[in-house]
Design a protein around this ligand. Structure first.
Ligand code: NAD
Length: 499
C-alpha cells in the first residue's frame, strides 16, 4: 500500500503552478481578457490552481500558431512522426507516477486506476499510433494501359478537439495521438472541471514537438469551446461529452462543412443470463466482478454498465451476492493505492448524482445498497463522495433512461432472451453493453442483437487501442482507437495520372 503525498505538501511528486496560462505556439500565454477561474480538487474541495477563462481571442491566437506549424508538420515523414510519438510515450512512462498523482488530484479518481489503467493506456495509445501510421498503406488502381490512379493519405491541417472531465488525460490522448500521427496540428480545449493535469502532461512533452503543433486553450464551453468548434479555420472538430452538447457541435460544424467525431453519452446494459449461476466456479465470481464495474471511475464512464439486466431465475442469489460485493468497495483517500473508489469530479456532478438518488427513491425503486453521500471525514470531509448504489426497478424509470454518470446501477429482471434484448435496446443510447453467458451461441447472438458500438462478452471495461470504439444511435458518430481512427484525421488525395 502506498499513500502519495498531496500536491502542495512535502514529498509530493507533482508541483502544480498556482496559476496556469494557455499553451500556445510552444509557450505559456496569458488570456487576452486577463480572466482566470479557480480549480478545486474534488478530493478536499479546496482550490489548488487558477486557469485561464479564455475567449474567442485566445482561440484565434492558438489557431494562428497551429496554422503556422501545420504545413511543416504535415510534411514530416511518417517515420519522423512515429519516432516523436514513441518518445512522448517513453517520457510519460518515465513519469507515470507523477502524472497519475496529477490526474488523481485534478479529477478525484482513485490513483490505482491512473497507475494501472488510465496512464498505461495513454502510453500505449501513443505507441499504437506510432506503429499504425507506419503500417498505413495507400492504394493504386490501374485505370487502363496508360493511366494509373494513386490514392494518398493527407493530413486535414488544423483540427479542433474538445474533451470532457471524466478521463482528462486518456480522453485527451485518444484524440491527440492519432491526430499527430496523421500529421495535423491541434487546438485542444480541456473541460473546465479538470483543466490542470493535461497542462502538466503538455509541459512534460512540450520539447518533443515543434512549436504550435499542439496548443491547449482552457475555458468554458460557450466562451472557449464554441469559438473553437464553430471556427472557419479548423478542418475537423473532434468532441467527447454530453449528447446535448454533441448536437450543438454538429450544428456548428455543418456551417463550415467540416467532419465531426462525436463520442457522447450512454446508458449501457449489462446482461446476466441464468447460466452465470454456478456458485463454486470462477465464472460466477467473474460475472459478479463484471456487475460491480458500474462503480469503476466513480461511475463517471460513458460506457458505465449503468443498467443491469438479470434473468429472473437467478435474480435473488445474484443480487444478494453483488450487493455484498458492492459493500466491500473501498472508498477513501484517492491518493491511497488501496482505495478503489475516489471522489466525483466536481461539486455539480456530485449534486446531480444526489438528485438522481432522490429521483430513484421517489420513482419507487428499491435501494439494495448505498443510496447516500459517503462521509469520509477528516481532510476528505469537503470532498465529493457518493456511496456505490444499486437500485432495483424497471426500465421505464428515469434512473434507467437518463445518464446519471455516477456510481449508480439500476437493475431490472428479464424472463427470456427476447425480453433481455428488447429491454437492452429500449434506450436513446448505443455506446457500450455487456453480455454474460457461458453459452457461446447466446453470447454471440446477444452481442450481435444489441444496438451498441462496443459489446463486451464475458468481460467489461477493457479499452485496447486496437479495438474500435464509438456509439450507435445518440451515443455518437465515428470511431476512436483502431486503425480506422486515422481515416478520421486524414483526407484522401486521388492522383489520376496518364503516362
Ligand atoms: P459536456 O458536454 O458538458 O462538456 C464536454 C466539453 O464540451 C467540455 O470541454 C465543455 O467545456 C465543452 N462544451 C460545453 N458546451 C459547449 C459548446 N456549446 N460548444 C463547445 N464546447 C462546449 O460533457 P461533460 O459533462 O464534460 O462530460 C460528460 C459526458 O461525456 C457524458 O455524457 C459522457 O457519457 C460523455 N463521454 C463520452 C465518451 C465517449 O467516448 N463516448 C467518453 C467520455 C465521456
Amino acid at each position: 500500500m502506498t499513500v502519495y503525498a498531496q500536491p502542495g505538501r512535502d514529498g509530493s511528486l507533482v508541483t502544480f503552478k498556482p496559476r496556469y496560462e494557455n499553451f500556445i505556439g510552444g509557450g505559456w500565454v496569458a488570456p487576452a481578457n486577463g480572466n482566470y477561474f479557480e480549480n478545486p480538487t474534488p478530493i478536499t474541495g479546496k482550490t489548488f490552481c487558477e486557469v485561464p477563462a479564455s475567449t474567442a481571442e485566445d482561440i484565434e491566437l492558438a489557431l494562428d500558431a497551429a496554422h503556422k506549424a501545420a504545413p511543416a508538420w504535415g510534411k514530416t515523414s511518417v517515420a519522423e512522426r512515429a519516432v516523436i510519438l514513441n518518445k512522448i510515450a517513453d517520457r510519460i512512462e518515465e513519469n507515470l507516477e507523477m502524472i497519475a498523482v496529477a490526474e488523481t488530484w485534478d479529477n478525484g479518481k482513485a490513483v490505482r486506476e491512473c497507475l494501472n489503467a488510465d496512464i498505461p493506456l495513454a502510453i500505449d495509445h501513443f505507441r499504437y499510433f506510432a506503429g499504425a501510421i507506419r503500417a498505413q498503406e495507400g492504394g493504386l488502381s490501374q485505370i487502363d494501359d496508360d493511366t494509373v490512379a494513386y490514392h494518398f493519405h493527407e493530413p486535414l491541417g488544423v483540427v479542433g478537439q474538445i474533451i470532457p472531465w471524466n478521463f482528462p488525460i486518456l480522453m485527451g490522448v485518444w484524440k491527440i495521438a492519432p491526430a499527430l500521427a496523421a500529421g495535423n496540428a491541434i487546438v485542444l480545449k480541456p473541460a473546465e472541471q479538470t483543466p490542470a493535469s493535461i497542462l502538466v502532461l503538455v509541459e512534460l512533452i512540450a520539447d518533443l514537438l515543434p512549436d504550435g503543433v499542439l496548443n491547449v486553450v482552457n475555458g468554458f464551453g460557450l466562451e472557449a469551446g464554441k469559438p473553437l468548434a464553430s471556427n472557419k479555420r479548423i478542418r475537423k472538430i473532434a468532441f467527447t461529452g454530453e449528447t446535448t452538447t454533441g448536437r450543438l457541435i454538429m450544428q456548428y460544424a455543418s456551417q463550415n462543412i467540416i467532419p465531426v467525431t462525436l463520442e457522447l453519452g450512454g446508458k449501457s446494459p449489462n446482461i446476466f443470463f441464468d447460466d452465470v449461476n454456478a456458485k463454486d466456479d470462477a465464472y460466477w465470481d467473474k460475472a459478479q466482478e463484471g456487475f460491480t464495474m458500474f462503480a469503476l471511475n466513480q461511475g463517471e464512464v460513458c460506457t458505465c454498465p449503468s443498467r443491469a439486466l438479470v434473468q429472473e431465475s437467478i435474480a435473488d442469489p445474484f443480487l444478494d451476492a453483488v450487493a455484498e460485493r458492492t459493500k466491500k468497495i473501498v472508498q477513501g483517500n484517492p491518493l491511497d493505492t488501496d482505495t478503489m473508489m475516489g471522489a466525483q469530479a466536481s461539486n455539480d456532478q456530485f449534486e446531480k448524482i444526489m438528485s438522481y438518488l432522490d429521483i430513484g427513491k421517489q420513482e419507487g425503486a428499491e435501494v439494495l445498497t448505498g443510496g447516500a453521500r459517503a462521509d469520509l471525514g477528516g481532510d476528505l470531509s469537503g470532498g465529493y463522495y457518493v456511496q456505490p448504489t444499486i437500485f432495483k426497478g424497471n426500465n421505464r424509470m428515469r434512473i434507467f433512461q437518463e445518464e446519471i454518470f455516477g456510481p449508480v446501477v439500476s437493475v431490472a429482471t428479464f424472463s427470456d432472451y427476447d425480453d433481455a434484448i428488447s429491454t437492452a435496446n429500449d434506450t436513446l443510447y448505443g455506446l457500450g453493453a455487456g453480455v454474460w453467458s457461458r453459452n457461446g451461441n447466446i453470447a454471440y447472438r446477444a452481442g450481435r442483437d444489441i444496438q451498441a458500438g462496443r459489446v463486451w462478452v464475458n468481460n467489461y471495461h477493457a479499452y485496447p487501442a486496437h479495438a474500435a470504439f464509438g456509439g450507435y444511435k445518440a451515443s455518437g458518430i465515428g470511431r476512436e482507437n483502431h486503425l480506422m481512427m486515422l481515416d478520421h484525421y486524414q483526407q484522401t488525395k486521388n492522383l489520376l495520372v496518364s503516362y
